[in-house]
Design a protein around this ligand. Structure first.
Ligand code: SF4
Ligand code: SF4
Length: 185
């Protein structure tokens, strides 16, 4: 099928009407409030419904595996075993105990179906932590086990760019800083 493009009149080229149309949009946007921020010096507060990093609660989880079944790409790995507990009244009760609760977060699409499927109240797995700063240079760091899913907020926050006005460090201090951060020796 041949596409027919509209033919421009010679007056359009001569009067630069297209350019003025574009400039009109530029001037209109110029006076609107800016939505960009100077990250990481400034950090945006996500909305309450923002789906970010997971949080898991071992104490709330009943090891039912419903979250793993609901996950459309099977990235939640759960292993459990049965244990028999004796109740204060002498009766015995069978419970499921979690051995493994891992999420391969690098493959996650943050659909939140796992959170919706979780039957506990409050939820044992949830994504509304408002956290979006877990970027890493190593893909392996994005495979979380249950301890990491529960306590990741103890990881150090990204400090931001170095202060441009700060005096330069002595060469010896630069080398020491590199060694401390695990960089080049
Ligand atoms: S949010 Fe991630 S882990 Fe949860 S169901 Fe969706 S893809 Fe699976
Ligand atoms: S996180 Fe929720 S859905 Fe998943 S195993 Fe635990 S209780 Fe079940």
């Amino acid at each position: 099928m041949q596409v027919e493009y509209p033919k421009h009149k010679w007056t359009d080229k001569f009067l630069l009407l297209d350019m003025f149309e574009g400039l009109k949009t530029t001037f209109r946007e110029l006076w609107k409030p800016k939505v960009t921020i100077r990250y990481p010096e400034e950090r945006m507060e996500p909305s309450d419904r923002f789906r970010g990093m997971f949080r898991f609660s071992f104490d709330r989880c009943i090891a039912c595996k419903l979250c793993a079944i609901a996950c459309p790409i099977d990235i939640i790995y759960i292993d459990v075993h049965d244990e028999t507990l004796e109740q204060p009244d002498g009766k015995k009760k069978k419970v499921k105990v979690l051995d493994r609760y891992d999420i391969d977060v690098k493959r996650c699409m943050f659909c939140s179906l796992c959170e919706e499927a979780c039957p506990t109240k409050p939820k044992s797995i949830w994504l509304t932590t408002k956290t979006y700063e877990l970027a890493t240079y190593d893909r392996g760091d994005l495979y979380f086990n249950m301890q990491q899913l529960e306590y990741w907020d103890e990881r150090p926050e990204y400090p931001g760019l170095p202060d441009e006005d700060a005096p330069p460090l002595a060469p010896g201090l630069v080398a020491a800083n590199r060694q401390l951060s695990g960089g080049a020796k």
